[in-house]
Design a protein around this ligand. Structure first.
Ligand SMILES: [Fe+2]
Length: 511
């Protein structure tokens, strides 16, 4: 910003400062860092709940549509506080941090020293403004005898395809934890037929990815979902580029060039998610796969099946993304969808767990889906059948307690049993929680899938929404929540279908 404009901004800021609301005791720093407009237009969020703390996130932006969120290119001081009550009377932790332009004016505060298994409320202050107060919670102590856990999970929120009534409903469900399984943004220019528009550019560099996140995050329903509970997030392809894998873009540019784009996309992802500083990307690399425990009741492992996968199998024989089922690369044991390090980490976690429920959060539908003409997709698990088989065999052979898979990506609600051979004894069950906004598959296609696959127990591709998981020591209940009409704002949400997996038994039942 030219210095004359900068000076004008500061003068305007000073004139407006008298009107800004400052909480008592926070005036000194504020005097140095006033902003004329509310910098909390992207809301606040929390994530990565641990027994003793949680990550608090915000990103300053006075104008979500403007380059750099309309923020001057300089650091701003940000205050934060955590309280035991919603009115912020009993503050237990507070501090200050810096929102730097190099980090897109984002902050990732690791609030520590909190008590396990209880709610907290937090807010930020910056530039003479205070953020909304939001709720978060800590995880139970390791090994604690926890009686219930409610998870809401979603994926695929293409902005121009619909409104976020699913997020508003999810927040009203009062979950302990929100899990997001990817496609938080879509990277392409807006399509003309959408119900709302974002800036039209393709995301190709850091500035454009940042701007896309800002546009999405300005949505009030999405902000409400972030403000209701801590999130655990995993990306899929559209946070970078459609159907990418490792250093390969679907449109096949030079891998070195694509890795530059991936680095920008990962940086923007980090800046916009409530993640720990330890996962901050180094160039095009960012270790996002991880697991979290909820006392003794549940372990949730989140898989990154994009960053490390081997090349798409049988690409030369593909029609679109569909390849012959007999493609030998699908079953080649030397290949992996997760990469050797992540697979070793996952396998160890599946063998060495004392959790009653072992949840696997991943991006897509895990069961095998074959088209009527004998083809499978080479973009999901069907392209990497050997990786899927190794996980299923470990569940079976190690006796991993009560494995349940949560998925996204395919823009449909699906409930299925997972077996080593189609129609065999279930080893686990999986539940794909629809899409928040992205358009799905027709009734006809889903009906055809159900007819061909007896392990697929439920499918719905016409309706947007999310999944809700209620876990007790005895059962895992999954409710699919459908938005009546995601093409209009504030549409009601109802239960579409519910399922139960009983502890100690494999296979899902309708509830
Ligand atoms: Fe998607």
């Amino acid at each position: 910003m030219p210095s004359v404009d900068r000076r004008r901004l500061l003068i305007r800021a000073a004139a407006l400062a008298a009107g800004a609301m400052a909480p008592a005791g926070w005036t000194t720093a504020w005097a140095r860092t006033r902003l004329p407009e509310n910098p909390f237009r992207l809301g606040v969020a929390s994530g990565e709940p641990a027994p003793d703390g949680v990550v608090l996130w915000t990103r300053l932006a006075v104008d979500p549509a403007a380059p750099a969120g309309g923020m001057p290119p300089e650091p701003f001081e940000v205050g934060w506080e955590v309280a035991e009550d919603e009115a912020l009377r009993r503050i237990v932790r507070r501090g200050r941090t810096i929102a730097a332009p190099e980090a897109g004016h984002s902050v990732h505060v690791e609030a520590a020293g909190l008590k396990p298994d209880r709610p907290y409320w937090y807010r930020f202050t910056a530039g003479g403004h205070a953020s909304p107060v939001a709720r978060t919670r800590t995880a139970p102590s390791p090994g604690a005898d926890v009686r219930r856990l409610r998870i809401a999970y979603g994926s695929c929120q293409k902005y121009e395809s619909g409104f976020y009534s699913a997020h508003a409903a999810l927040a009203a469900d009062d979950p302990d934890l929100v899990v997001f399984l990817g496609d938080y943004i879509y990277e392409k220019a807006a399509t003309a037929d959408g119900v709302r528009r974002h800036p039209e550019e393709d995301c190709l560099d850091l500035a454009s990815y940042r701007r896309r996140y800002a546009w999405y995050k300005a949505d009030a329903d999405l902000q409400a979902a972030h403000a209701c509970a801590p999130w655990m997030v995993m990306w899929d392809d559209h946070e970078v580029s459609n159907d990418y894998g490792n250093d390969q873009d679907r449109s096949d540019p030079d891998p070195a060039l694509f890795l530059k784009r991936r680095a920008a996309a990962y940086q923007a992802y980090f800046e916009n998610m409530p993640l720990r500083a330890a996962v901050r990307p180094m160039g095009p690399d960012m270790r996002l796969y991880r697991a979290t425990d909820w006392g003794r009741l549940a372990r949730l492992a989140l898989l990154d099946d994009r960053q490390y996968r081997g090349p798409r199998p049988c690409d030369a024989q593909s029609r679109g993304k569909f390849i012959p089922k007999a493609c030998p690369e699908r079953t080649d044991p030397a290949r992996s969808m997760l990469g050797a390090d992540q697979e070793a980490w996952l396998q160890a976690g599946l063998r060495d767990t004392s959790a009653t429920w072992n949840l696997l959060g991943q991006q897509t539908l895990m069961m095998e889906i074959v088209t009527p003409d004998g083809r499978v997709s080479n973009d999901g698990w069907d392209g990497y059948a050997q990786t899927r088989r190794r996980i299923l065999e470990t569940w079976r052979d190690a006796g991993t307690a009560n494995p349940v898979v949560l998925g996204g990506d395919v823009h449909c609600f699906f409930a299925a049993d997972l077996a080593l051979e189609p129609g065999g004894k279930p080893v686990a069950s999986e539940f794909v929680g629809g899409s928040i906004a992205s358009l799905g598959r027709s009734k006809e296609i889903v009906r055809g899938m159900l007819a061909l696959h007896p392990d697929l127990k439920f499918g719905e591709g016409d309706i947007r929404g999310y999944g809700r998981v209620d876990i007790t020591p005895d059962a895992c209940r999954v409710t699919f929540r459908g938005v009546e009409n995601a093409l209009v704002k504030d549409s009601p949400v109802r239960n579409l279908a519910a399922f139960v997996v009983e502890a100690g038994e494999t296979g899902l039942k309708r509830a």
